[in-house]
Structure formats: C-alpha cells, structure tokens
Design a protein around this ligand. Structure first.
Ligand code: ATR
Length: 286
C-alpha cells in the first residue's frame, strides 16, 4: 500500500469556510514539505473516535487545529495541555507527539496578543471592553488576565448574561480575574471611556447584521478590534472608521494563531519570508 501523505487539518463544524488550509498549504509549498492540510468536518459524536484514530501509528495525521464548537470538547480526549490551554480550558491546536500522544495548545490568546503588538497597542493600564462570551472571548480574556503588563480594567458584556458570568467564574478558578467586571447591560459598559473595544460575537458576519454599539460612544483615541475577518469591514468597523477610531479585523489573529500552530507542529520558528507568504495567501482569499 502506498504511504499516505503527511497530513494536518482542522476539525470543527462547520469548517468549509476556513482559511486555515490556504495558509498552511502555502507554508508547506514554500518549505517544499510534502504534506497536506485538510478540512475534517465532524459531528459531535465523531470527535472521540476521530482522535482515537489519530493515536494509531498507522495514522498520517501529525497535527490538528480545532475550531467551533469543539475547542473545549476535545480536552477529555487529549493526554496533556500546555499551561495556557490549561488555564483557558480551550484548545485550538493539537500536536501529535512521536509516541502518538496528543498535546493540546491554545494559540488564539497568543495570536491575539501578537496582533496587538504588531498594531503597537500597549495593553498596560488600558481600559478594555469585550463583547461576547463564547470560545474566542475565553481565549482573549485568558491572555489579557495573564498578561504581566496588566490592563486597568475589562468590562464584559454578553447577550446571555449568565454565560458571561459563568465564563469569568470558570476562569477565576485558575487565574486572577479581579480586573474583569461583567455588565448586565451594554449601557453599563462605559464604552466611551474605553481604549480598546473588542467584538468577539458573531454579530457582523452577515451583511444585514446590526451594529451592537451606539456610534456616539466610539472616539478617535480608541482601537476597535473585531475578530470577524469576513467581511473585512463589519458594520462596527465601518462605524468606528467613520468616527476616526483605529480599527483592526480578525485576519491578523487568524494569521498569528496559524503561525504559532505551525511552529508547535514543526518545533521550529517560521522564516519571515514564509510568514509573509502565508499572510499574503490569507489576504488573497479573505
Ligand atoms: P466563538 O467561538 O467564535 O466565540 P461562540 O462560542 O458560538 O463563537 O460565541 C458566539 C458569541 O456571539 C456569543 O457570545 C453569543 O452570545 P450568546 O452567548 O448570548 O449566544 C454572541 N452572539 C451571537 N449572536 C448574537 C446576537 N445576535 N446578538 C448578540 N450576541 C450574539
């Protein structure tokens, strides 16, 4: 039987719109590595058996990304977690060790911080507002709470208040969440006082989506960060630009988390030229 190609990929549901294959296959090509990155759409009841198969020595899979809705659900099926993934209790990257043990990492948090660093946004002493309390908010909040250069405050609002409270209570078991205040209403966020406004909700993915934020609250000294990257300009970012605020969409986060995942799989830093090609590939398809 011919040997199967070295395989990497992303598990989730849905995964068909993921840009990760474009980015990682670009890197494999540029590095002349004979490997392929594939989409693995899975139903919830398939996740355990899929990961069980990955453990087999016959499996061609050596690394995975994990996306919604399985970033927390994969954890019981892994052998160990990186310290950050353990704090966040969310995994977006799985490294298959030579002995076929599965190690869970989270590169979303570090990817977000890397993008902010690129934007030259220093978080120390800053007032931050976060919208949403899903998986992306979990990783971003973990990164912000663990940062040695502590922000001044984080005000969090989610449509489902209990979910936001539950998220912060859960993170609080493993880190200091003293700077995080969960607000019951969007009006209590004091958005006008924020230095950084982060949208982690899915509002903005569709062209007819509303903007969750009243435009009079956005000011020119604010960075407005939307984790959505398609469309590149969500109603929130459009409004923020009109108000003179600095804006960023989630393509930078997608890029940096991907670079960090790749480096976990290969165990080596990626060359700047390869990273540039990966980023260009994202810009072409986004
Ligand atoms: P992700 O992993 O990308 O964060 P998720 O875990 O499904 O995705 O979270 C989606 C987030 O978008 C949640 O905070 C969700 O709010 P609820 O917890 O109330 O569901 C938020 N969201 C989705 N649709 C929304 C809407 N129409 N208005 C406000 N928030 C919305």
């Amino acid at each position: 039987m011919p040997e199967q190609k070295l395989t990497y990929g992303i598990i989730g549901n849905p995964v068909k719109h993921s840009l990760s294959p474009v980015m990682h296959n670009t890197a494999f090509k540029a590095l002349a590595v004979d490997a392929v990155y594939q989409l693995f759409p899975l139903e919830e009841d398939e996740v355990e058996s899929f990961l069980k198969d990955v453990r087999k020595t016959s499996s061609p899979i050596f690394g995975l990304n994990v996306t919604v809705p399985y970033k927390e659900k994969v954890i019981p099926f892994l052998d160990a977690l990186s310290p950050f993934a353990q704090k966040a209790m969310a995994v977006n990257t799985i490294v298959v060790e030579p002995d076929r043990h599965l190690i869970g990492h989270n590169t979303d948090g570090a990817g977000f911080l890397a993008h902010l660093a690129e934007l030259q946004f220093d978080l120390k002493g800053k007032r931050i507002v976060v919208l949403g309390a899903g998986g992306t908010a979990r990783s971003i909040l973990t990164a912000l709470c663990l940062l040695p250069q502590r922000p001044e405050s984080i005000h969090l609002y989610n449509r489902t208040h209990q979910k936001a409270k539950g998220l912060v209570a859960d993170l609080g078991k493993r880190m200091d969440v003293g700077m995080v205040a969960v607000e019951a209403s969007i009006d209590d966020l004091n958005i006008e006082l924020a230095d950084l406004l982060i949208n982690t909700t899915s509002v903005g993915l569709h062209s007819d989506d509303p903007c969750l934020v009243d435009d009079s609250l956005i000011h020119a000294d604010m960075l407005v960060y939307d984790v959505i990257y398609r469309p590149a300009l969500t109603p929130l970012l459009e409004l923020a630009q009109a108000r003179g605020a600095k804006t960023a969409n989630g393509l930078g986060l997608l890029f940096y988390q991907g670079v960090l995942s790749f480096q976990h799989w290969s165990g080596m830093p990626l060359d700047a030229k390869i990273k540039q090609k990966m980023r260009r590939s994202l810009l072409t398809y986004a």
